[in-house]
Design a protein around this ligand. Structure first.
Ligand SMILES: C[S@@+](CC[C@H](N)C(=O)[O-])C[C@H]1O[C@@H](n2cnc3c(N)ncnc32)[C@H](O)[C@@H]1O
Length: 195
């Protein structure tokens, strides 16, 4: 694939993601695309907090381009979470009267042609982590946005990270009043950007 073909494919992923209600936009979205694409063959990516799948597309799209790897999506798919974020989730969900959040997620992933690159684990991070054994190359923390929630998700998955360092973890804070514990992107607050 030429450089311009690759750029075009990544732009398509970006566009597909932007058509879905979500939080990961702009430079942050491009960085997710870049990081996912840079991982080695067979990369195991875990996204904690998937919502409608906007971030999932940014992680799974580059793996489709690379031809290997999988994105494991951990989310209760019920719009629950930290107290600051739940009203934002509910406000967005209220606009979609029919179908569950999981239905919407699955439809979005299917429409983007990414079904084979995505596995769903319905539940909270701490619940799913209890029986998790697969080594993780990249952990994208975007679930419970409270300081306590980020720490809990990180700790519960720490033994599975292939490289036991923060460099394999991206922690993104969404519209919470507290700053992130760590954040590679420097963003301390984000607003949901629904379509
Ligand atoms: C900010 S949204 C995710 C946004 C998505 N990653 C994106 O890029 O648009 C957070 C999601 O995480 C879910 N969530 C909240 N607490 C969680 C937890 N403890 N474990 C997993 N998911 C959680 C929420 O219900 C919601 O669906």
């Amino acid at each position: 694939m030429t450089t311009s073909d690759l750029a075009e494919e990544l732009e398509l992923c970006l566009h597909q993601s932007e058509t879905i209600p979500g939080w990961t936009r702009g430079e942050e979205a491009r960085e997710l695309l870049r990081i996912s694409h840079s991982l080695a063959a067979g990369a195991i990516i875990v996204e904690i907090g998937s919502f409608f799948g906007a971030g999932t597309i940014l992680l799974a799209g580059p793996r489709r381009i690379r031809g290997s790897g999988v994105v494991h999506c951990v989310d209760p798919f019920d719009g629950t979470g930290d107290s600051f974020s739940v009203p934002h989730y509910q406000r967005i969900l209220a606009k979609f009267s029919s179908g569950s959040l999981r239905d919407h997620f699955e439809r979005n992933i299917h429409s983007a042609g990414l079904g084979p690159w995505v596995r769903i684990h319905q539940g909270r991070a701490d619940e799913v982590a209890r029986s998790w054994t697969t080594p993780i190359d990249l952990l994208y923390l975007d679930g419970d946005q409270s300081r306590k929630g980020v720490r809990a998700a990180s700790c519960s998955t720490s033994t599975s990270r292939r490289r036991a360092s923060m460099s394999s973890t991206i922690s993104i804070i969404t519209p919470t009043p507290t700053p992130p514990i760590w954040c590679r992107h420097g963003a301390s607050r984000r607003s949901p950007v629904p379509i």
